[in-house]
Each structure stands twice: as C-alpha cells, then as structure tokens.
Ligand binder design. Structure first.
Ligand code: ATP
Ligand code: MG
Length: 402
C-alpha cells in the first residue's frame, strides 16, 4: 500500500452538462502537458474525478505543478484500495499513519459513487472510524473541526482514501473558452488581465507594441519574461511583437498633442484586432481599469473602442490598484513589471491627454491617414515568437503539500 495516486476534484467543471466531456478531456491534456517530464504517470478520467497514477514518479513536483492548472478545484495524494471493507479499513489506517504530521483529532467522510456497496455512508464512517480508533493512540474523533479528515471515495472499481485537500487554482481549463488576444505592455496591469482571462479558459495570443529606438531591447525582454510567467498557467504562447515606431511618429506629426494618446490607442486596437482575426481569436483582452489614467475614462474607452466591434474583455475594469497588485504578487509578475523601462506610450505621452476625447474630432484628425495601409504594414512586419516558458527544473517544491 502506498500514496501512489493523486485524486483531482473539478468543482465548477462538474456543472458543465453536455460540454463536460470536452472539458475533462482538455483538463487531462493540460495536466499531461504540464508534467510531461514525468513520462510514467497515467491519467484515468471519470465523470467527476480524475486520478493520476504516479507509477513511481515523485509526487512533490507533480503536486506543486497542479496548483497552477485551471479547472481544478482541489486535489489530494491518495491511497488506492479494492472496494472491500477490510481493504478500506487497512487503507485508511495506512493513509493516516503515513502522514508526515500528527493530528489529535480526525473524522471519516465516506462518499459512495458506487451506490450498491454493502454499507451506506454512515455505516462506512462508523466501521472505518472505529478501526482507526482501535489501532491508533491519542487520537479522538471530532466531527466539527477535525485536524485530519479521512475521506473515503468508494467507486465500483476501486476506493481512494485521502487525508489532505490542497486547493486548486479554480477556473476553467485553458483552451475551453476559445482564443483571445492579450494586449501586453510592460506594466503591472496587463499580465494580471491575461492571467484572469486564462483562468476563465481563454487560450492567449499576446501582442506587444514596440517602438525602437525609443524603447529598448530591455523593454522587450521584460515582455518576454512576463509572457513566460503566463505560460505557467497554461500553454506555450505566441508573442507578436509589433513595430510601432512609424505609426507613433506619424501620429505625433499629424494629430494635435492632446489627442495623440487617443489615436495611439485606436491604432493599437486596430492592429490587435487584425492579429486576432489572423489567429482566429474571438476577443481582445486589455489591462484597463476604470478611471486609472486619462485613456481609461468611460468616454475615452468609448472613443477608442469605436474602431472595432470585436468584444474587448477588461478583467480589471472595476478593480483598485491594490487589488491588482495583490494578484500580480501572487502570480510573480509584479517584480518584473516594476523594473524600470520605457514604454512606447510613456515616451510619446502628451503632458495633458484628453480625458473626454470626442469621436468627431479624432475621426477628423485621422482622416488624413491611410489607416488600412498603416495597419497592414505594421501587421506584416510583426515578429512572432513562441514562448515556451522557463524549464521545469526551476520548480519550487513546496514541502507541506502532503
Ligand atoms: P499596464 O500596467 O498594463 O501597462 P496601464 O495602467 O499602464 O496598464 P495603459 O498604459 O493606459 O495602462 O494601457 C492600457 C492597456 O493598453 C494595457 O493594460 C494594455 O492592455 C494595453 N497596452 C498599453 N501599452 C501597450 C503596449 N506597448 N503593447 C501592448 N499593449 C499595450
Ligand atoms: Mg502601461
């Protein structure tokens, strides 16, 4: 007997009705992708659970990686036994005694997916609980707040016993909601927006606007690293680096200073939209938060948004900076975002951008441009990098997961 399985619980996924099968399939694919350097593991899927058979692979790193996979509600190391009462009792005792820590109190929570088992859940709790009491010292039962909850999941083919739940990342498996284009600057907000979009199952294509020589290779490197961080939550990501200098210089020449920011944003959005179409995306994601800066007033957003009918997802729209920074810390992007760099917008930022830019005005100023040509030209010269993420040796093994 051994802790040689990991039991995975789905949470929200379980309510997905007819789509469930596809969701479970995607989750299993995402898990296998994430732990592909442990080739011996095997996955078994059922309606409401997934089981990873470790086959001798180390559990610490695998548990660690599971924590950042969306679509998982919680997971636990598990002991697998036959669905026979004696085996279950022994399995539960083993599971409890093999824990690296000791508790003073416990309870047994049986759950029967296999309804024909000879005992009902009360009977099972009682039978297994008294076996544990008889065979351990200094342990008592506490039903309300036990130190250890011995969960016994009875299925027809096997029973799984777990003693500790590890919270999963929640959300939906990345890829189940289709593709979206994330506009990623080097700032604090947009990586957080990307993370939250991935959490709801969106597969990302990332777009960054780069204005050499006004922005340096260092600024680009920052965006590469931020994208690398995002791959941790899902998959390899295409990073589209759009050369934006020509357009910014043209705007600078043509548009009155207090409208340059509005025009810049509109061009960015048009280009992102083109890339979205090329990559068969269905939405554009930005790190905008209402009222944060001049371009993020409702009036500004409405004037900028006018250039596309593609849905724009703004996961941070109602969040305060502090809330956004908390998430940035949690996903380890804050430190990268905080590094000093020149953003293409800081350099060309007017001293007093319009907070209420008017559509008629900006349309008039932009009427002197050959917009389609400028957009197509930038898209044609876009560099596409495949970011696969930092390699897995860098896993921070968390020791108290067991
Ligand atoms: P961030 O912290 O994400 O840079 P911000 O608060 O600085 O956001 P802005 O600079 O006004 O806000 O940008 C608003 C949004 O526009 C960003 O969240 C991002 O989605 C997009 N954006 C801005 N600059 C760029 C860029 N150089 N490349 C790609 N997207 C950008
Ligand atoms: Mg910014």
């Amino acid at each position: 007997m051994n802790y040689d399985h990991i039991l995975i619980r789905f949470g929200e996924l379980s309510t997905k009705g007819r789509n469930r099968k596809q969701f479970v399939q995607r989750l299993s694919f995402n898990i296998l992708e994430k732990i592909k350097d442990f080739p011996k593991v095997a996955i078994e899927k059922s309606r409401d659970r997934m089981f990873i058979k470790l086959n001798g692979e180390p559990h610490e790193q695998i548990l660690d990686r599971l924590q950042s996979i969306f679509g998982i509600h919680s997971f636990s190391l598990a002991v697998k036994t036959k669905t026979e009462l004696e085996e279950m009792k022994n399995g539960a005792l083993f599971a409890l005694e093999a824990l690296p820590y000791k508790g003073k109190t416990f309870k047994v929570t049986a759950k029967r997916a296999y309804k024909n088992f000879e005992l009902d859940t009360n009977g099972l709790n009682h039978a297994i609980g008294s076996h544990l009491l008889r065979n351990t010292e200094d342990l008592t039962v506490n039903v309300k707040q036990p130190d250890i909850n011995v969960r016994v999941e009875v299925r027809e083919d096997a029973t799984y016993i777990t003693c500790k739940d590890i919270p999963g990342a929640g959300g939906l498996p990345v890829g189940t909601s289709g593709t979206g284009v994330l506009m990623l600057s080097g700032g604090i907000d947009s990586p957080v927006a990307g993370y939250l979009a991935m959490k709801r199952g969106i597969r990302l294509e990332v777009v960054h606007f780069f204005s050499p020589p006004y922005t340096s290779e260092r600024a680009k490197q920052k965006v590469v690293e931020l994208t690398e961080r995002l791959t941790d939550f899902g998959h390899s990501i295409n990073l589209h680096i759009v050369p934006f200098t020509d357009i910014q210089v043209a705007i600078q020449k043509q548009v009155p200073e207090n409208y340059t920011m509005t025009s810049t944003r509109r061009f960015m959005l048009k280009i992102a939209d083109k890339i979205c179409e090329k990559e068969q995306g269905l939405a554009i994601i930005t790190g905008e938060s209402l009222g944060q800066v001049a371009s993020q007033t409702l009036q500004s957003m409405s004037t900028i948004n006018e250039v596309t009918s593609t849905p724009i997802i703004r996961p941070l729209i109602t969040m305060d900076k502090i809330e956004i920074m908390d998430i940035a810390k949690h996903i380890d992007t804050l430190e990268i975002s905080n590094r000093p760099y020149e953003d293409c917008c800081t350099i060309f930022t007017p001293s007093a951008p319009k907070t209420k830019p008017k559509k008629e005005k900006i349309n008039f100023y932009e009427s002197f441009f050959d917009i389609d040509k400028m957009v197509n030209d930038a898209v044609d010269r876009t560099e596409k990098l495949l970011i696969t993420g930092k390699k897995q040796e860098e896993d921070s093994v968390i020791n108290d997961l067991f």
